[in-house]
Design a binder for this molecule. Structure first.
Ligand SMILES: Cc1cc2nc3c(=O)[nH]c(=O)nc-3n(C[C@H](O)[C@H](O)[C@H](O)COP(=O)(O)OP(=O)(O)OC[C@H]3O[C@@H](n4cnc5c(N)ncnc54)[C@H](O)[C@@H]3O)c2cc1C
Length: 379
């Protein structure tokens, strides 16, 4: 798949996908075949070049809720994972600790996996596809993660890191929690074991790794308990004169500038995907803003705030993940310099995340009410 980091390209992809969002999606979404039944919209959604609510609205203009229920639910899975991680932030912290430890010990078997040299054809193909295309079909992600964990017996955190580095939709919540789900850590004791038969069926015979995959592995366990911390949304308040800060978490689709915006600055990590970097740089340029690509965000923010003559920075909410980590580090220095940071949360997240405190089923039951309260469907 090709991914151009512009809103226009995302809208074109959405319009092209529309006829397939109903029964066809339900029937074909699990097949990882050259002409696939999925939308390929995830990079645009991930960085909010397109928003969940506008996609749901457009889909439900052309399909009944019953026809489109499968696709609608998948879109809500994203909000579920975002809200879930937000309320169990220690999962992200412990992932980073585990990843750093595993990196120190990584050896030849890890290199063979990421270079596509394991001898398991499908796995090696997906490894190369991940690097060259920055995208894998959902079923391929599940098979890949399962083979990584249970057949190759590599640390799940290194696999999640490999995905996060190369996926154009790489997302700390969807990625970390999906890897944990495959491992049996998200739904404790329930893991996902890929089988040759399932791979052969849903790749329509392109791959059939018979005799090559683990068939009786146990789910992973972990000593840590991850406490639930209910999400407290930031208060809605009208900011005074401020610097608008853009990050790759939200390229601002559908947002109008708040009153008293005195300048715009985008902060970008050089480690982010090319899609993320291009998307946020374009968003900043379109708004006549400055761009800082690097790790020293606090210095860039201080300079831009000073140039704009303001002591307040407004940023669209940065959920748990590397961007929030970077801003947390910058915030200490900014506070010392008397600069306040205010986060703005989108109505979609404000409504969806609180329902992500248990399993997806609980949120799924709320979908009709959420669609009404978001103004996507009549009550
Ligand atoms: C191990 C693993 C790692 C993953 N890592 C990521 C990731 O880093 N970023 C990411 O966005 N998704 C991730 N996913 C979820 C899913 O694979 C992708 O969202 C989906 O493949 C994107 O392709 P699409 O846009 O064609 O999906 P479609 O099937 O067309 O779905 C439409 C949209 O719904 C959302 N969605 C669909 N399925 C899921 C799902 N299972 N979980 C959460 N949201 C979903 C996405 O925003 C997607 O764009 C991961 C899944 C697994 C098993």
């Amino acid at each position: 798949m090709m991914f151009e980091a512009t809103r226009q390209a995302g809208l074109r992809r959405l319009e092209a996908f529309l006829p397939n969002a109903g029964q066809a999606y339900q029937a074909r979404r699990n097949f990882d075949v050259p002409v696939s039944g999925v939308s390929g919209l995830s990079p645009w959604i991930r960085h909010r070049l397109l928003t969940e609510d506008e996609i749901l609205r457009r889909i439900l203009e052309d399909h009944t809720p019953r026809e489109a229920q499968s696709f609608v639910q998948e879109v809500f899975w994203r909000g579920y994972f975002k809200g879930w991680l937000q309320q169990r932030p220690s999962v992200w912290q412990s992932y980073k600790v585990g990843r750093n430890r595993a990196r120190e010990r990584a050896g030849g078997d890890y290199l063979a996996a990421i270079e596509g040299r394991t001898g398991i054809d499908c796995f090696d193909h997906w490894s190369r596809q991940l690097i060259t295309e920055g995208y894998l079909h959902n079923h391929a992600r599940m098979w890949f993660a399962s083979i990584w964990i249970f057949t190759l017996r590599l640390p799940w955190q290194l696999g999640a890191d490999f995905f996060l580095t190369h996926l154009r939709d790489g997302d700390p919540a969807s990625n970390t929690l999906s890897w944990r789900w495959v491992a049996g850590l998200h739904t404790k004791g329930k893991h996902y074991l890929a089988s040759a038969e399932n791979i052969a069926r849903f790749t329509e015979g392109r791959f059939n790794p018979v005799g090559q995959l683990a068939t009786d592995a146990m789910p992973l366990t972990e000593p840590a308990e991850h406490p639930f911390i209910p999400f407290v949304p930031p208060a809605i308040s009208a900011p005074g004169p401020h610097l608008r800060l853009l990050t790759e978490e939200d390229c601002g689709a559908g947002l109008t500038p708040l009153p008293q915006e005195a300048g715009v600055l985008a902060v970008v990590s050089p480690l982010s995907s090319d899609f993320a970097q291009a998307a946020i740089c374009r968003a900043a340029t379109e708004q006549g803003g400055e761009i800082c690509i690097g790790h020293l965000w606090s210095e860039a923010i201080l300079r831009a705030a000073e140039a704009a003559g303001v002591a307040q920075v407004v940023v669209d909410f940065t959920p748990v993940g590397p961007v929030a980590d970077g801003l947390d580090r910058a915030r200490v220095r900014l506070a010392q310099a008397g600069i306040r940071v205010q986060q703005v949360l989108r109505p979609y997240d404000r409504r969806v995340w609180p329902h992500a405190d248990k399993g997806f089923f609980k949120l799924k039951k709320q979908i009709p009410k959420l669609l009404t309260s978001l103004g996507i469907m009549d009550g």
